[in-house]
Ligand binder design. Structure first.
Ligand SMILES: Cc1ncc(COP(=O)(O)O)c(C=O)c1O
Length: 416
């Protein structure tokens, strides 16, 4: 990313230079230029990430933490430097609070099994919201079957906003954890996480924030937020797949039992018993995704070189532009109309099923997701079984939105 491109984005002038950093965007689909509007599922990767991955595999690859030899030391240093970059991104106080996982899903399962489960008596509750991704529903349902957890769901309104009073009323002395998405992947709603943390803490309840759709759009400061846990996935932050992060407050992580057993997470093993390694390694059993962690570090450098404030401003402009334009298309209805939204436009059309919308858009080279977006209860709450979803990333332009809207007009005429 050149300084010029960073400045161009900062000034909100032109993302053409930024797009040039993303080789996968430069292709045709069915003979049409690709318009990629599925960043909420997985973001495309900038050259900086691709080149870092290649470089690690070409020059710096060996298993980490075990080697006395130079190459292994170098790989270990790169891996731990990536942890420091995550720490800086989240403004965590201590790099020991950064646990590498496979993805956000694994981070939530880790908290379910290693934090909630050991403290649980049957009838204890975890409070979530009606707009959660399945990754923040199913781990708790497993815990319900395993140990008698009660899953409590705070309601949302027809716009897809959390009803904060109802949410507060559902926090009881039986609530062991509040676990809430920061940004809804299906509706785009930005939840008032500062208020949520404050409400939970007033009752002494710890909070897990699912930041899978937040870290790539909004600046994050876990110390200021004061959340106990936070998870995200590398692949949505312009980084590689197979790497994610669990942030946890050090004293809590220290008190938690390991999630999985194996190599890397021990300090000594005998058949009589095992001593575990210190945090965060206690939670990182087995050989980690070494090159993916380093690639995530490169992705963090990349977004920070652009500035998360600049990215947020650019995407907010695009979201407003797209919202206005899509509302002009006959038969289009946006699903998820919260006052505070980011980067997601879920919609249905009176004339066509989401599956048909997605198929026709693909023929026009436009990639959107259709279905329930792994948030089936949220989509059903808003009265649908499926939607089409256009989601925005830092590389999208008004021209992308124009292409989408032109195709939607054609679909309206074709099926109308
Ligand atoms: C809000 C939210 N939480 C959790 C996840 C799960 O992410 P992953 O599949 O990378 O674990 C997603 C993925 O779409 C998401 O959008």
């Amino acid at each position: 990313m050149s300084a010029l491109a960073a400045r161009a984005l900062a000034d909100g002038l032109d993302v053409a230079r930024v797009r040039a950093d993303f080789p996968c965007l430069d292709q045709t689909i069915h003979g049409r230029p690709l318009v990629f509007l599925d960043t909420a599922a997985s973001a495309q990767k900038p050259n900086a990430v691709i080149e870092t991955l290649t470089s690690v595999l070409r020059h710096d690859y060996a298993n980490i933490h075990r080697g006395v030899y130079d190459l292994s030391q170098r790989a270990t240093d790169l891996h731990e430097a990536a942890r420091a970059k995550v720490q800086a991104l989240l403004h965590a106080a201590d790099s020991r609070e950064i646990v590498f996982t496979r993805n956000a899903t694994e981070g939530i399962n880790l908290v379910a099994q290693s934090f909630v489960r050991p403290r649980l008596v049957p009838g204890d509750q975890v409070l979530i919201t009606g707009m959660e991704h399945h990754a923040n529903i199913v781990p708790w349902q497993l815990l319900a079957d395993q140990a008698g957890l009660e899953l409590v769901v705070a309601p949302i309104n027809d716009d897809g906003e959390l009803l904060l009073d109802a949410f507060e009323a559902l926090i009881t002395e039986r609530t062991k954890l509040v676990s809430v998405t920061w940004v809804s992947n299906a509706l785009g709603t930005i939840n008032p996480v500062h208020e949520i943390v404050a409400l939970a803490h007033r009752r002494g309840v710890p909070v897990l924030l699912d930041a899978a759709q937040a870290v790539q759009h909004l600046p994050v400061d876990v110390q200021e937020l004061d959340c106990e846990f936070l998870v995200f996935s590398g692949h949505k932050l312009y980084g590689p797949s197979g790497i994610g992060v669990l942030y946890g407050k050090a004293d809590l992580l220290e008190a938690m039992p390991p999630y999985q057993g194996g190599g890397e997470m021990i300090s000594s093993v005998s058949f009589a018993g095992t001593e575990f390694a210190d945090i965060p390694y206690k939670f990182e059993a087995g050989t980690p995704a070494i090159e993916a962690a380093v690639g995530l570090g490169a992705a963090i450098d990349y977004v920070q070189s652009l500035g998360l404030d600049n990215i947020a401003a650019h995407e907010a402009d695009l979201l407003a532009y797209a919202t206005r334009a899509m509302q002009q298309v006959p038969g289009v209805r946006l699903v998820g109309t919260a006052r505070h939204k980011c980067s997601v436009l879920s919609f249905v059309m009176d004339q066509a099923h989401p599956q048909d919308i997605g198929t026709v858009l693909d023929l026009d080279g436009i990639a959107v997701r259709v279905g329930h977006h792994c948030a089936q209860p949220a989509i059903e709450r808003l009265g649908h079984s499926a939607t089409a979803r256009a989601s925005l990333g830092l590389y999208n332009t008004r021209a992308d939105i124009d292409a989408l809207v032109a195709s939607l007009h054609r679909i309206a005429a074709m099926f109308g």
